[in-house]
Design a binder for this molecule. Structure first.
Ligand code: SF4
Ligand code: SF4
Length: 303
């Protein structure tokens, strides 16, 4: 039995994820101060995405390699298989590689095992309240998330840290059931109310998002719902009665965070959309509050 447990633990520790970025300290990705791990890959294709190069996985086509002025990229071929390797030390973050990539991807990802991330978390543990896994879409690498959070909770020195997921809500109910025992909460994006609008903005419908919100609320694990207000594009203002009535019936502790659309990082159609002003966010917040929505969180910045 002990041997079985040790083997299982080793499998968990060796599990790896493709990571786009790690922020050692954030105050906007869940309660308190948090280490945030952004995983590569997303199953939505949001026109408003501020980090579109986190959407696809790199297929090592090699197109970006000769364009790197710092020689931080190499194409390594082994057994007829090519792989792009990024040298973080040489990289100057000029982002030329992102601009030439024919996919919505990046060569600037790293593979981390659970074991390696536990070491990083231990180095920060005196300065943080918890760990948030975000993306891309975090839940696309669900077995990794479960393995990491499980190991944290089994480790005496890390068990006090809260474990949160920041998600677009597309994970199946079965997936949420698997991860629920290992998280204290989730932040979920509700990108629009009507199916057609949601499909236009993200390329996917929002049935699963509503199912996820319901399940997480019932289980007391819905920390925050995030609404991105895109004037003339998203439909929270035109559907205000339905949106407010839905939000008002959520548990009172759930934070309703309003985000204001801005152009930073976006490409394509979204560059033509108007950005959202402080007055427009305040108008939406007032309309929701008048209809009984509490616990509204407004943006600090409009950049
Ligand atoms: S961001 Fe880094 S890897 Fe990409 S082209 Fe610039 S130096 Fe090279
Ligand atoms: S990042 Fe893009 S351009 Fe570079 S190897 Fe990967 S898919 Fe090709």
């Amino acid at each position: 039995m002990k041997m079985l447990q040790a083997t299982r633990s080793r499998i968990n520790l060796d599990r790896v994820a493709t990571v786009n970025q790690i922020i050692p300290f954030s105050c906007v990705d869940g309660p308190g101060s948090r280490l945030v791990i952004f995983l590569q890959g997303c199953n939505f294709n949001c026109k408003n995405c501020h980090n579109p190069h986190t959407i696809d996985w790199c297929d090592s086509c090699g197109d970006c390699v000769p364009t790197c002025p710092a020689k931080a990229l190499k194409l390594i071929t082994d057994d007829n298989k090519s792989q792009v390797v990024w040298d973080q030390q040489l990289c100057t973050q000029c982002d030329i590689c992102l601009s030439v990539c024919p996919k919505q991807s990046t060569p600037k990802t790293l593979r981390y095992s659970v074991d390696e991330l536990l070491t990083l978390i231990r180095a920060q543990m005196h300065f943080i309240n918890g760990v948030t896994i975000s993306g891309g879409e975090a839940s696309l690498q669900l077995p990794f998330i479960i393995a990491l959070f499980r190991e944290m909770q089994l480790s005496k020195d890390l068990a006090h840290l809260s474990c949160m997921i920041d998600s677009n809500g597309s994970l199946s109910l079965n997936g949420w059931q698997q991860v629920l025992p290992f998280i204290q909460g989730a932040m979920i994006d509700l990108k629009s109310w009507q199916q057609d609008t949601h499909r236009y903005i993200t390329g996917r419908d929002n049935h699963r998002v509503f199912s996820a919100l319901k399940l997480l609320a019932e289980q007391g694990k819905l920390y925050e719902v995030r609404l991105l207000h895109i004037p003339e594009v998203s439909d929270f203002d035109s559907e205000i009665d339905a949106v407010a009535s839905y939000l008002a019936q959520l548990p009172v502790a759930v934070r309703i965070k309003l985000n204001a659309f801005q152009h930073h990082g976006v490409t394509g159609d979204a560059l033509m959309w108007p950005s959202c002003t402080e007055a427009q966010i305040q108008q939406l917040a007032n309309a929701l509050a008048r209809r009984g929505v509490n616990n509204l969180i407004l943006p600090n910045l409009y950049l």
